[in-house]
Ligand binder design. Sequence first.
Ligand code: ADP
Length: 511
Amino acid sequence: MSCFLQIPVQVLLRSALSQPLRILLIDDSADDRDLAIRELEQAFPNLQIEPITNAEEFAQALDANRFDLAITDYQLRWSNGQRILRTLKARYPERPVIMFTATGSQEIAVEAMKLGLDDYVIKAAKHYIRLRVAVQSVLERVAERRRTARLEIRLHGLLTQLNVGVFRATLDGRLLESNPALLNLLGVRSLQDGIRDGLSAFFLDPELRALTQEGEREVLLRRPDGSEVWASVSETLTTVEGETFIDGIVEDITTRKQAVAQEQQLSATLERRVAERTAELEEVNQDLEAFVYTVSHDLREPLRGMQGFAQALLEDVGERLEPLGREYTGRILAAAERMDALIRDLLEYSQLSRSRLPVQPVSLETTVAAALTQLQPQVQACSAQVSVDAPLPPVLGNATVLLQVITNLLTNAMKFVAPGIPPQVTIGSEDRAEFVRLWVEDNGIGIELRNQVRIFRVFERLHGAETYPGTGIGLAIVRKGVERMGGQVGLESELGQGSRFWVDLRKAAAR
Ligand code: ADP
């Protein structure tokens, strides 16, 4: 701390010297006074000497208080140096006094020093020069004293204002110094109270004495009034003039501690709530899926009845029916079949959400080949041209779901073409970092950008069932299946320009 507050003595002296230097010269001998003045004037150009030759003048000078320093002889007709010194120091303890005498003894000098004399110079022809050296060094000392005093005041002010507790203690646990913030933090009025209440124990880390190094820790203090406060205590060992002390800084961290605790509590509560909500949601989802499954399942039974009896109607009494009656029965049958397909697809979709989906390396080539075999009748029916850009790499997936995904994409690719145009379908793959992209490209009717997201949702269809029959669940199954295998789906298309549907699937680790 002292390094940045230190002001060189010369600077202080010079500023002091720009003011006149006022000296009381207490000496009965006019010759001695003149010699002294002559000597001092050489060193201090801006000098004001007030000669004092009797008690009255001395008393007046004291009252007037217009001097910076006093030089006094020891032997005076009206007093002596000792008394002068006493009187001066009693009234102006900080004002330097130099004794300049031919008569004093060593004992007198020692005695006078005890009374606060600042220097002692023997009056002899060759010693006059010593006088100015003495004045100079006394002035330097005064400047130094003032500087230290100012520093102390400043330091004291700082420590008093500081919001952090500061203390110094001996190694055996005696608190020596503290600032108001520390007492405040301890909840005591004085250091003595704190010591009496045993609070000092908190500040003296017994290990510190052994370690001889800095230590910082957090302690929970109980104040005399029962309240608790969290404090961060940093201690360090300092050696001053051979004696070692513990210097410490104590900071109230209660608010910080409370904030951290609150934060932890909050995040624990949040986590618990999220877990609860997730569990609730999962339960609701499961219930919903179970419901869809049951309903779909149960719906098929009466539907089968409708289909069966409509069929029977046609077969058994069809000939007796009017043509209109036969047409209506045929329509009932077709509607029932469509509904059956719808329920089947829904069941499949809900099944996909319900069941666990084990994944393992699956050959894309085998799966594509299997899908094409299944779809052979459709391929032939619409004279489609299907080509595969081999080789196709293996992926991580579920073989059954993957077959379903590829089948749905191929079915659509062959279905959504302009009337009378033979479908041309290409299947290929692309490497995409940790994924393999499988794509299915067609020469079909294409899809506008604004519809490209919604077609992956359940029941979303862009055309009427008369133009392109379907249930609107095929792509939803594709998406759900791929996502459950850890992949993603998407497409590139423009209206009338064909489409390229793609699925990104995780790569199977190379063997
Ligand atoms: P569905 O095929 O039963 O209608 P999907 O879920 O498979 O149901 O498809 C949803 C809609 O997306 C289709 O009705 C169609 O409008 C559009 N679509 C799907 N595939 C293609 C494709 N390859 N080309 C053009 N449109 C398509």
